[in-house]
Design a protein around this ligand. Sequence first.
Ligand SMILES: NC(=O)C1=CN([C@@H]2O[C@H](COP(=O)(O)OP(=O)(O)OC[C@H]3O[C@@H](n4cnc5c(N)ncnc54)[C@H](O)[C@@H]3O)[C@@H](O)[C@H]2O)C=CC1
Ligand SMILES: O=C(CO)COP(=O)(O)O
Length: 332
Amino acid sequence: MTKAAVLGSGSWGTAFAKVLAEAGTDVTMWARRAEVADAIANTHENPFYLPGTQLPDSLAATSDHVAALDGADIVVLAVPSQSLRANLEGWSDSIGKNATLLSLAKGIESGSLLRMSQVITQVTGADPSRIAVLSGPNLAREIAARQPAATVIACSDSARAIDVQKSCATGYFRPYTNSDVIGCEIGGACKNVIALACGMASGIGLGENTIASIITRGLAEMIRLGVALGAKPATLAGLAGVGDLVATCSSPLSRNRSFGHVLGEGGSMERAQEAAHGQVAEGVKSCTSVRSLADSYDVEMPLTDSVHRVCHEGMSVQEAVGKLLGRQTKPE
Ligand SMILES: NC(=O)C1=CN([C@@H]2O[C@H](COP(=O)(O)OP(=O)(O)OC[C@H]3O[C@@H](n4cnc5c(N)ncnc54)[C@H](O)[C@@H]3O)[C@@H](O)[C@H]2O)C=CC1
Ligand SMILES: O=C(CO)COP(=O)(O)O
């Protein structure tokens, strides 16, 4: 039986641990706070991040990372992007030498501008062939309710991708393998930024034409950056690109879209943060790192730049809209 450790017990870590357990994998979750681990282990619910969802009895939980990692074939990294490095530094020595490291995080590290798989290689020294990424239209609450969805598992080693695929395939969760790690990571990080833009647009009362235009031009930005970094355009036309963009930009369940909506309504960053109830909206930090990454490759990303200006330079959403539409006209 495949054994997995899920490190991070937020909404996606918990929902994905449930998927793994329901696919027949032996799963132990790690939570930073003992009260979260205790609640999962004793009440089979995570009242802090996924209230109301019954978790499988077989799902174990602990706040001791050494115990969670003991014998794990698959190590699922389910903490937010900006805290992955610091966490991994503490976990690295306890990770099995042949374990597959599966990243769930959708962001680009601030400062270093590294993708999550690159952070993992840097901290653990693991060969890139051991690192996999899972990304797709996977809003945690819908997956927890067993609503059908598909996803992508990207790994340069196809045998490992297939092992991970088998560990999480269920009657409602359909993972596809892909060898394009860069494409999946860029899709996941960029769609959060574009979802913030869609939320901002809906917050100031704009309708579906605007949202569709942002999604489509956001996709163009994502493809430009991805291709510059070595991604395949087909990956970004798939579940980890278009698929996740559509889900995140359209759903009120998205934390990024909701965060942008509050800003569009005229709320402050602090108000938007409060409304997120302690959950992460990755695009708020990644808009800056994606923008810097794009700059360093001479890639134009005007929507991403506008999201950065609204979030971090005090530009109003109205001003950002005016600036975007005032740009020189050009061919599609
Ligand atoms: N929630 C969702 O629907 C989905 C989320 N993701 C991605 O998964 C990643 C994790 O997101 P969620 O589980 O949704 O986040 P969350 O905000 O629900 O929970 C974050 C988890 O990380 C922990 N955490 C926060 N800062 C930490 C730190 N410094 N050290 C250790 N643990 C820390 C929290 O205690 C919590 O357990 C993010 O990159 C997100 O973009 C991907 C797909 C779906
Ligand atoms: O990544 C997600 C869906 O695929 C979740 O998006 P949010 O982080 O915006 O909720």
